[in-house]
Design a protein around this ligand. Structure first.
Ligand code: FMN
Length: 211
């Protein structure tokens, strides 16, 4: 065994010996990061570092995707005026949606779906490619886990589908340079956390074991 591999092997064995209360499970940074991730809805306005953004985007592109077709697209918006335009367009489209609870939400004078995030990532897909929305969801999770691992907060949203409804939305879609034929999947707000929300409870009775 190569010296480097021996070192790795010994490290793994040592890690396995550090138990976290569950038999045979070693303390593990990835699991800790997954468990610590929350939807963050209030961000500091300070912009994230470019090195952090690049690392996060690299993780997005490394997500598994059906037949490696990669029919996804990521629009990174860091321009405050454009982010405000997105918020206003979404608000207007929700008000005119004819859906009462959405209109009520949009009427809130504090309507702020991105929570002051300085970076917003719009994920779009060619939905004619089978499973492309699943691909995007996996990329989104990679983004959120990578962000958490770097000490950043994130929040995935799909109510942002109202960005591109009606005529104003179509204009915004063109302005954002979304590729022809690509459609909204979700938006992720990204930034330094201005809150540390507690974990939301999970229903445990959703797993069936067949052994
Ligand atoms: C597909 C999807 C769509 C979501 N859309 C919204 C949304 O439109 N607005 C919102 O406030 N949160 C949205 N969320 C965030 C969820 O509300 C959040 O993940 C859930 O309450 C669990 O909380 P946690 O992320 O802190 O664990 C969405 C999450 C997912 C996975």
């Amino acid at each position: 065994m190569h010296a480097q591999n021996i070192k790795k092997h010994v490290t793994v064995i040592m890690e396995r010996s550090i138990q976290n209360g569950k038999e045979g499970i070693a303390m593990n940074e990835v699991i800790t990061v997954i468990k610590n991730r929350r939807s963050v809805r209030h961000f500091k306005t300070e912009q994230i570092r470019d090195s952090e953004l690049q690392e996060i985007l690299e993780c997005a592109l490394l997500a598994p995707n059906a037949r490696n077709q990669q029919k996804w697209h990521f629009t990174v918006i860091q321009n405050k005026n454009i982010i405000n335009k997105m918020i206003n367009t979404m608000k207007e489209n929700m008000l005119r949606s004819g859906i009462e609870f959405l209109a009520e939400r949009a009427k809130d004078p504090n309507f702020n779906p991105f929570g002051n995030a300085p970076t917003v990532i719009l994920i779009t897909a060619d939905k004619t490619a089978r499973f492309s929305e699943i691909d995007c969801a996996l990329a989104a999770e990679n983004i959120m886990i990578a962000a958490e691992s770097l000490g950043l907060g994130s929040h995935i949203m799909t109510s942002t589908e109202f960005l591109f409804t009606l005529e104003k939305g179509k204009e915004l879609k063109r302005e954002l340079g979304v590729p022809e034929g690509y459609e909204h999947v979700c938006v992720i707000a990204l930034g330094y956390k201005d809150e540390n929300p507690p974990a939301k409870p999970r229903i445990k009775d959703v797993i069936n074991y067949i052994k």
